[in-house]
Design a protein around this ligand. Structure first.
Ligand code: SAH
Length: 247
């Protein structure tokens, strides 16, 4: 599918505020996301926060009040950068601050973001960003997980990638994403392809049977087993939904 085949609304647009705009599109220029970007199914705008610094040395950070290690990104510079990006848009776009203190990102949040107009994403560097500008913009703080990156850029790339693959036309013939990990509250079942025997390991017999109902039941069984073993947190939620909600 191509942008020309879609309704004329503006495509899903990612604005990324970063001190390293040259990191974009980076991995997003390749494969599914890259092709969709070329086809105009989504747009990417990487904005250099440093270009909003006022002084001649283009300083964007300063020492933390109260002392301690590292530097903190200044609220006035970040605010100017955000204002320029948000005022250039004619929609109600969520402003996201990628942060290890944020709500851990989930597939449910990705779906909601993919259904909206896009996202404005703020990538921190150094120790982080002055709290006042985070509050003033009521930013949604999103974390990629319980670990610390050196900057928000890889998190923004991950968020964009996960959204873009859900946009209409992007996955094309690759099939629905409905059976994938998390979509039904379960991790995905295991996959197999040719050869049928590899290093004395056989493909499970049921998958060769041609019996669609048995294949479906086996896959559900495997997905449940893997989820139970690996992610008790997901399993508890899934089990609580009751069988009527499954898949
Ligand atoms: N001092 C901070 C870490 C700063 S890391 C703390 O202890 O919480 C620098 C930047 O990397 C952050 O401002 C944030 O934008 C980004 N970052 C680090 N870990 C992240 C994570 N798990 N998810 C999203 N962004 C992250």
């Amino acid at each position: 599918m191509n942008a020309r085949d879609l309704p004329s609304a503006a495509p899903w647009t990612a604005d990324v505020l970063t001190l390293f705009p040259e990191m974009f599109p980076g991995p997003l220029a390749h494969s599914l996301a890259g092709r969709a970007l070329e086809d105009g199914l989504w747009r990417l705008n990487a904005v250099d926060i440093r270009s909003f610094a006022r002084d001649k040395h283009r300083v964007v950070d300063d020492a933390p009040f109260g002392g301690g290690p590292g530097m903190v990104m200044r609220p006035d510079v970040v605010d100017e950068a955000l204002a320029s990006v948000v005022s250039a848009r004619d929609d109600q776009v969520p402003v996201v601050f990628l942060s290890p203190r944020g709500t851990p990102l989930t597939q449910a949040r990705i779906h909601a973001l993919a259904e909206g107009p896009g996202a404005v994403m703020l990538c921190g560097r150094f120790e982080g960003i002055d709290e006042r500008v985070v509050e003033a913009w009521s930013m949604e703080e999103i974390s990629l997980g319980d670990f610390v990156l050196s900057g928000g850029e890889p998190a923004a790339i991950a968020l964009i990638d996960a959204c873009v693959r859900l946009l209409p036309g992007v996955m094309g013939g690759l099939g629905s994403s409905e059976e994938e990990s998390f979509e039904g509250g379960l991790l995905e079942y295991p996959h197999y392809t040719r050869p049928r025997t590899w290093r004395d390991r056989e493909v499970p017999e049921v998958l060769i049977s041609g019996h669609h109902e048995k294949v479906r039941a086996w896959r559900l069984d495997q997905a449940e087993r893997i989820t139970r073993e690996r992610r008790p947190d997901l399993w508890t939620r899934y089990a609580a939904q009751g069988s009527g909600m499954k898949r």
